[in-house]
Design a protein around this ligand. Structure first.
Ligand code: G4P
Length: 297
């Protein structure tokens, strides 16, 4: 990226808290479930989790699949499966896919469950820790998976149940407070991806520059959808002499002109257009897009 000057807010306290929670609870869980944003599965993932969860079986949830490019989500699923993770695609808001969670966990832990069964320990409860960055959908996911109304209090006689565990079914429980991870801004594209999706505040970068970068990405990867969304005849390809921001700025101007966002002197209000673009992108009004792909890694 051409720009420097991104203002990233860093909250080391959050990560310290999560690290502590993981360290304390790891011994109590059988598996760790990481919730990712299917539109940005790498940017929404804290790579320290690999080391922090120390060899526990892992499930990756590609959440917000309703907002992501379905074909790209399929490729991401294959990518994570190829690295030994169980994968679940879902949309926690509508609940689509969440019903498969219990089966996915059992499949992940099949060997362990079989070993329990062989020892006659058939009633053992499997416990899972949920982790994810802010706003990725952790609470929504837990509520949907647990069918929240019954989740809080399950008073079966003779069973003392700690408040700490949310029962999913008779043999599966989740740790009731998800671990909040902080994304890791290893390069600026991660910061941009998190800003486009609204995972971090807009003031990471001025809104117009953010809009230029998003336009440039959509223009390069999803030209037809972008043209349709803004009723543009065709999206020009980026020229070799054009940098990302200049290309995106041109597209912002085109879209702004079409929308009639003019300021005095006939100039186009590209800042307003940038704000609208980000709002519409986040609201899913432009279509379903994935902002990073396994083959680009
Ligand atoms: P968190 O615990 O990880 O911080 O996230 P939380 O569940 O609070 O979800 C953050 C926002 O994302 C919520 O929207 C939630 O509805 C939305 N969301 C969660 N999962 C999905 C998904 O798979 N698809 C879509 N489209 N949205 C999802 P909100 O606007 O804050 O609240 P609400 O008005 O939607 O309830």
């Amino acid at each position: 990226m051409e720009e420097s000057g991104m203002h990233i807010q860093w909250y080391p306290g959050h990560m310290t808290k999560t690290r502590r929670m993981i360290a304390e609870q790891l011994k109590n869980v059988d598996a760790v479930c990481e919730i990712l944003d299917a539109r940005i599965p790498i940017s929404s993932r804290n790579p320290d989790v690999d080391e922090l969860t120390a060899g526990k079986p892992r499930l990756v949830v590609l959440n917000r699949a309703d907002q992501a490019d379905a074909e790209a989500t399929r490729r991401w699923g294959a990518y994570f499966r190829g690295r030994g993770f169980a994968v679940l695609e879902c949309d926690a808001k509508s609940g689509r896919g969440t019903a498969k969670f219990a089966a996915a966990v059992r499949e992940l832990l099949a060997d362990k469950l079989q070993a329990y069964a062989e020892k006659g320990q058939t009633g053992r409860v499997v416990r899972v820790m949920i982790l994810g960055i802010p706003n990725v959908g952790k609470s929504t996911f837990i509520n949907k998976v647990a069918g929240r109304k019954t989740a809080k209090a399950e008073d079966r006689p003779g069973v003392t149940r700690s408040k700490q565990w949310v029962p999913i079914d008779r043999g599966l429980e989740l740790l009731d407070t998800p671990g909040i991870l902080w994304p890791k801004f290893e390069d600026q594209s991660v910061g941009l991806n998190l800003a486009y999706t609204g995972a971090v505040k807009d003031d990471i970068l001025d809104i117009e520059t953010l809009g230029c970068h998003l336009m440039a990405y959509l223009g390069g990867h999803y030209p037809e959808a972008l043209a349709a969304a803004y009723k543009l005849p065709a999206i020009p390809e980026r020229q070799p002499e054009e940098n990302t921001v200049a290309y995106g700025y041109g597209l912002l101007e085109e879209a702004g002109r079409k929308r009639g966002f003019l300021i005095s002197g006939g100039e186009i209000d590209t800042e307003r257009m940038a704000r609208i673009l980000l709002d519409e992108f986040r609201g899913g009004k432009l279509g379903r897009f994935t902002l990073e792909l396994p083959e680009d890694l």
